[in-house]
Design a protein around this ligand. Structure first.
Ligand code: ZN
Ligand code: ZN
Length: 255
């Protein structure tokens, strides 16, 4: 009876607070009670965190939030690792570092794949967009040519009527001429706009950041670019890529 009442109570709590809230509270409690029994090599301990490159930790409070790490982040072991490395006891951590190397190789491979896809999408989109803009330019060029033609024909007719002394008919055509000139100006403006759009688009081409995969505009101001390069997400990718290079250099012959 008591067990089932507790079960019901827990279910109610889960509904109220969300299952994850309860679970993470429990895992925090477990983290502290179990810490004493663990050693640094325990599989429950997040090795990425020891080396400062757990993506779950690094991308917290960013747009690339990944949720919670399923392993334990224990600062005591991180400090121990850092201190031992400093003292030149790095050889003790070969297993840990190889595990981290494998993890971040996978992580960076996925990011590189994302960057490659983004580049391909960008090229496809841009080609299509440029094609559409070129079609508009073609259309507006034809419209302008026709409008120009109409103006010239009307001018010639006016000249002819004037030379024949048909002033009244000529004056009527002057009104038509004005309308046709307005049209010509309209299409000329359209064409200028379409040309400007294409030029701008060619200059504004986006590019994909080779470190983090974000879209950057080639026209971005220095301020905006430096905001990106100093942003948390970008810097974290730089950090993980740096660690990857460092570990690859260290264990290169094993890979
Ligand atoms: Zn972690
Ligand atoms: Zn970046």
């Amino acid at each position: 009876m008591a067990t089932s009442a507790r079960y019901e109570q827990r279910q109610l709590l889960e509904q109220l607070m969300g299952r994850d809230a309860l679970r993470s509270r429990n895992s925090y409690n477990n983290q502290y009670t179990r810490q004493r029994e663990l050693n640094i090599n325990d599989p429950k301990i997040c090795k990425n965190y020891l080396l400062g490159v757990c993506p779950y930790d690094l991308f917290q409070n960013t747009k690339q939030l990944m949720g919670n790490c399923k392993k334990l982040h224990i600062d005591k072991f991180r400090i121990q690792y850092e201190a031992d490395i400093e003292e030149g006891k790095g050889r003790n951590f070969e297993r840990i570092e190889l595990e981290v190397l494998e993890n971040i190789i996978n992580f960076i491979e996925l990011n590189d794949y994302k960057i490659k896809e983004a580049n391909e999408n960008l090229e496809a989109d841009e080609d299509k967009q440029d094609e559409e803009m070129r079609a508009i330019i073609q259309r507006e060029t034809k419209n302008l040519e026709a409008a120009e033609n109409n103006v010239n024909i009307t001018l010639q007719e006016i000249k002819k009527l004037n030379s024949l002394g048909e002033i009244e008919k000529s004056l009527q055509l002057v009104k038509d001429l004005e309308e046709r000139e307005v049209k010509r100006e309209f299409f000329a403006k359209n064409l200028r706009q379409a040309n400007d759009n294409l030029t701008q688009s060619l200059q504004q081409k986006l590019q994909v950041c080779t470190k983090c995969g974000a879209y950057l505009s080639r026209l971005d101001s220095d301020k905006r670019l430096s905001d990106h390069f100093l942003g948390k997400i970008h810097l974290n990718y730089v950090k993980i890529r740096g660690k990857l290079q460092e570990l690859k250099a260290k264990y290169g012959d094993m890979y």
